[in-house]
Design a protein around this ligand. Structure first.
Ligand code: GLY
Length: 374
């Protein structure tokens, strides 16, 4: 079980930055992914590859240590190569290129990185299915068993399109991202503010078929990380579009999360588990939800969202933060895919959003996702 000790948010931030500085060289040009008691690494060929440069860019921004910037920049060519060779490109182009290319451009003005981000947005736009008005999540475009699959996580991939629409004056990117968000709201958000992890449409007619899970306990349960993606994702679409409908959606999914996972406890991996189901935590869902609540606080000016995020981050620090300085991860107890036996790990995206939340709470986060630069 998680051990508990009280560390203030500012001290947790200092520990986290120190740990990244102490360990970043060990990965060379590879990417930490998941694992415990140490991260496993992989080349740039999977959906999580953006989070490591994202962590480096956050850390560079916070410390102004140019060695961290140099390391993040050294990873950029692999993102260019990946796009060119089309290595495992899915809707997660948004995660990948927001935290590598857009982040690099934002913090350094690198025009090559900007152009790479725009090319990635163009590739993402090709996954849009106009019959169903959605971005296809997985698989080859228009074919195979996932041709009609939308997943809630995609809400976090939309900011790359909104940004590129503005940056490259391509209104179409904005329109299809906004339309995907509307489809997600209509079919993946249930009446009580909970979400389906995925939803299947007929890719040829666009006809809605059924909600299904992939990483949750059951189709009608509530996969926690998906709910967290929805909080942050709808808040970001509300910010980029200025539309009240999406802000209301962000409020609704946040209210559901807060009802079913009180912030003084780290969240379980699924919030609607029957008795006897495995009770793993998912600290990454907590970190993502905290960032979403902080975005809602920023958009609405409501202190309650900020307070809930602060309690949640304090809970994660106490119960899930790695306290052993010899270790490389920041947050323990991440659940990548419980039904495939992947739980109780460091997850690179859990670490990314944990650091983003710590920086936001202390007033030092660059805004890689939103429309308002620092
Ligand atoms: N986007 C996949 C996940 O959250 O595991």
């Amino acid at each position: 079980m998680p051990s508990s000790s009280v560390i203030p948010i500012q001290s947790a931030l200092e520990i986290a930055l120190q740990r990244i500085k102490a360990n970043y060289q060990t990965y060379d040009l590879d990417f930490p992914t998941r694992g415990y008691p140490a991260y496993e690494t992989a080349p740039n060929d999977h959906w999580v590859a953006g989070f490591w440069p994202g962590l480096l860019w956050l850390s560079y921004h916070a410390t102004q240590d140019t060695a961290l910037r140099t390391q993040a920049e050294a990873l950029l060519p692999s993102f260019a190569e990946r796009l060119e060779k089309q290595i495992d490109l899915s809707h997660d182009l948004g995660f990948l290129y927001t935290l590598s290319a857009r982040a690099a451009w934002m913090l350094t003005g690198d025009q090559t990185a900007r152009d790479l981000g725009i090319r990635a947005a163009q590739a993402l736009s090709k996954r849009y299915n106009p019959r169903g008005n959605f971005i296809q999540a997985w698989g080859e475009i228009g074919t195979g068993p996932d041709a009609g699959r939308v997943i809630v996580d995609c809400m976090m991939n939309l900011p790359l399109l909104y940004w590129a629409a503005e940056e490259a004056s391509e209104r179409r990117y904005y329109d299809l991202a906004r339309q995907h968000a509307a489809t997600t709201l209509q079919y993946l958000v249930r009446a009580d503010g909970s979400t389906y992890h995925t939803y299947r449409f007929d890719p040829h007619t666009g006809q809605p078929l059924a909600g299904e899970t992939r990483q949750g306990f059951a189709d009608e349960s509530l996969w926690t990380r998906g709910q967290a993606w929805a909080i942050y994702g709808f808040a970001l679409t509300a910010q980029w579009t200025g539309e009240a409908e999406f802000l209301d959606a962000a409020r609704d999914v946040a209210a559901c999360f807060l009802r079913e996972s009180p912030v003084d406890k780290a969240p379980l991996w699924d919030l609607r588990l029957p008795e006897g189901a495995p009770q793993y935590l998912d600290s990454s869902a907590g970190a993502i939800a905290a960032c979403g609540l902080l975005r809602l606080a920023h958009l609405t000016g409501e202190a309650a969202y900020h307070a809930q995020a602060e309690i949640l981050v304090t809970t994660l620090i106490a119960g899930c933060m790695e306290k052993n300085d010899d270790r490389t991860g920041l947050l323990k107890y991440g659940a990548q895919h419980v039904t495939e036996g992947l739980a109780d790990d460091y997850l690179i995206y859990g670490d990314y959003y944990f650091l983003e939340a710590l920086l936001t709470l202390t007033g030092h986060a660059p805004d890689f996702w939103g429309s308002s630069y620092e």
